[in-house]
Design a protein around this ligand. Structure first.
Ligand code: ZN
Length: 433
C-alpha cells in the first residue's frame, strides 16, 4: 500500500516535472522551428538542416555521426543500463510555394536533383518534427536523473521520396549502433486539434509499390486496323479490368488501392503504335494482399493481350520497381504502452483514435529489417481548435499536408509533441517502473 502510494506520488511528480521542462524547452524549439521553416531544403539536399541537427545533438552531449547515408545524422546518448529507444525525425521539405502569410513564411527557392528550380516549403510539417525532436532531447537530457537507458536518434533525409530510411539501414544503422527496443516518430496531422495526438494500433500508413506495364502491339496505319494489333485498345482493356482486382479479388475488409496514374502511347492520330506504357501506384497493408495484386496485374495484362491475338513472346511486361515503402504497422504492445504514458501527460481525452491512411511513410522501413524492431508512429494534432471549429461551421476542412496553405498551430503543437515524446521515452526507460 505504502509502496504503491509512493510510486503514484513520484509518478505524479515526474509528470509535473516533464510538463514544466517541456514548456520551458518549447520556447527554444519554437524559435528553432521558425528558423527551419524559413530555411527549407529539398530531399537529398538537407545540408544546412543536417548541420543544424548535428550541432543541436553535440550541444547536448550526444555522440554524433553525420552523413550516415546521405545527409542522415545519427546521435547516441548513453545514460546507464536500460533499453535502447530510437526517436526519428525527418528533415526534407517540398517543392511548394508557401501561401500562408506567416511572418516567417519561406521565400526560398532551390534547384532539384533534375536541375529545375522550385520554390521550397516545409509543407509536410517536418520543421515541426525536427523542433519537437530537438525539444524532446533537450528535455530528456535535462531530466536524465529520471531515466536509464540509451537514446538512439536519427534526423533522416529524403522522407518525401522514400529514400532516407533505406540509406541509414543500408549504412548499418542496426549493426553499427545498439539495436533499439522501440522506435518512435511523430507526423503532424492538420485534421486533429493541436493539444491532441492520434494513436493507432496496427496499420497506420499503407505500403507503396510502383508498377510499370509495357503493352506491346503490332503497329501500322490507323486506316488499316485489320493489319495491326492495337496496343491502345489492349491497354484500355487492362486499365478497366485492373479495377476488378480490388473490387472482386481482394477481401473487402482488407484495404488496397490500384491506381493507373499515367498512360502513354502513340504519336499521331493516324498511326497505330507498337507499344503503350502504364504506370501504377499500388497501396496495401499486408504481404498477402500485395502479392495477390501483383499476380493479378500479370494475369489480367497477359489475358488482355492474348485476347487481342498477341503471340506468347509479346505479352505485356509487368515490372515492379525496386523503390518501395513497406506499410507502417504500429506494434500493438508498444502502442498500448504509449497510450498509458501519453494519457498520463495530456489526459486520455486528448488521445484520439485515427483511421489508417493509404499514403506511405518510410518510417515503416525501420520495422521491416531482420531485427524486427517494434515501431510506433504517432499523429500529432496541428490545427488550432478555433480554426477547426471555424472551418467546420463553413463545411470546410483544414489545408492538408503538402498544401501551400498548411497552417499549423506551431507553439501548442510543438509543446504537446515534446511532452508526449518525452513521457513516452521516459516511460519506456523509467527507473523502477
Ligand atoms: Zn511528411
Amino acid at each position: 500500500m505504502t509502496a504503491m502510494f509512493l510510486y503514484l506520488t513520484s509518478s505524479a511528480q515526474l509528470t509535473e516535472k516533464i510538463k514544466q521542462e517541456a514548456a520551458f524547452q518549447t520556447k527554444y524549439a519554437f524559435e528553432l522551428c521558425k528558423h527551419l521553416h524559413q530555411n527549407p531544403e529539398l530531399s537529398y539536399q538537407e545540408f544546412s538542416t543536417a548541420k543544424r541537427m548535428a550541432s543541436e545533438l553535440e550541444q547536448l552531449g550526444f555522440q554524433v555521426t553525420t552523413n550516415f547515408g546521405g545527409n542522415n545524422v545519427v546521435g547516441l546518448f548513453r545514460n546507464g543500463e536500460g533499453p535502447v529507444v530510437m526517436i526519428r525525425t525527418d528533415m526534407d521539405a517540398l517543392p511548394v510555394e508557401e501561401k500562408t502569410g506567416f511572418d516567417f513564411a519561406s521565400i526560398k527557392r532551390a534547384i532539384n536533383t533534375e536541375g529545375s528550380e522550385f520554390p521550397v516549403m516545409h509543407a509536410c510539417g517536418h520543421d515541426i518534427h525536427m523542433s519537437v525532436w530537438t525539444g524532446t532531447l533537450r528535455t530528456l537530457v535535462a531530466l536524465k536523473e529520471r531515466w536509464s537507458g540509451t537514446l538512439l536518434v536519427i534526423a533522416q533525409e529524403s522522407e518525401e521520396v522514400s529514400g532516407g530510411a533505406n540509406k541509414a539501414i543500408n549504412e548499418g544503422l542496426f549493426q553499427k549502433f545498439p539495436i533499439p527496443a522501440a522506435a518512435l516518430a511523430f507526423h503532424i496531422n492538420p485534421e486533429l486539434s493541436s493539444g491532441t495526438i492520434g494513436l493507432v494500433e496496427g496499420p497506420v500508413f499503407a505500403g507503396v509499390k510502383t508498377a510499370e506495364i509495357t503493352v506491346y502491339g503490332k503497329g501500322g496505319h490507323g486506316a488499316y486496323p485489320e493489319k495491326s494489333i492495337d496496343p491502345v485498345v489492349i491497354a484500355a482493356r487492362i486499365v478497366i479490368d485492373l479495377q476488378t482486382i480490388v473490387s472482386r479479388e481482394i477481401d473487402p475488409f482488407e484495404p488496397a488501392v490500384v491506381t493507373v496514374g499515367s498512360i502513354h502511347g502513340g504519336t499521331r492520330p493516324n498511326i497505330i503504335p507498337d507499344e503503350v506504357k502504364l504506370e501504377l501506384t499500388l497501396r496495401y497493408f499486408s504481404d498477402e494482399t500485395i502479392n495477390k495484386i501483383i499476380s493479378s496485374l500479370k494475369r489480367i495484362s497477359a489475358a488482355a493481350a492474348q485476347m487481342a491475338g498477341m503471340p506468347e513472346d509479346k505479352l505485356p511486361k509487368v515490372v515492379i520497381l525496386e523503390v518501395d515503402t513497406p506499410p507502417v504497422i504500429n506494434d500493438m504492445k508498444l502502442a498500448k504502452q504509449l497510450e498509458i504514458f501519453s494519457a498520463d501527460i495530456i489526459g486520455s481525452e486528448n488521445i484520439l483514435r485515427v483511421k489508417p491512411a493509404m499514403v506511405g511513410e518510410d518510417f515503416g522501413k525501420y520495422g521491416y529489417t531482420t531485427e524486427k524492431i517494434p515501431t510506433s508512429l504517432i499523429w500529432l494534432g496541428s490545427s488550432s481548435p478555433e480554426l477547426l471549429a471555424r472551418l467546420k461551421e463553413k463545411g470546410q476542412t483544414p489545408a492538408p499536408l503538402h498544401s501551400p496553405y498548411l497552417f499549423p498551430d506551431f507553439e501548442v503543437t510543438i509543446e504537446t509533441g515534446i511532452k508526449v515524446m518525452t513521457a513516452n521515452a521516459i516511460g519506456l526507460m523509467q527507473k523502477n517502473r
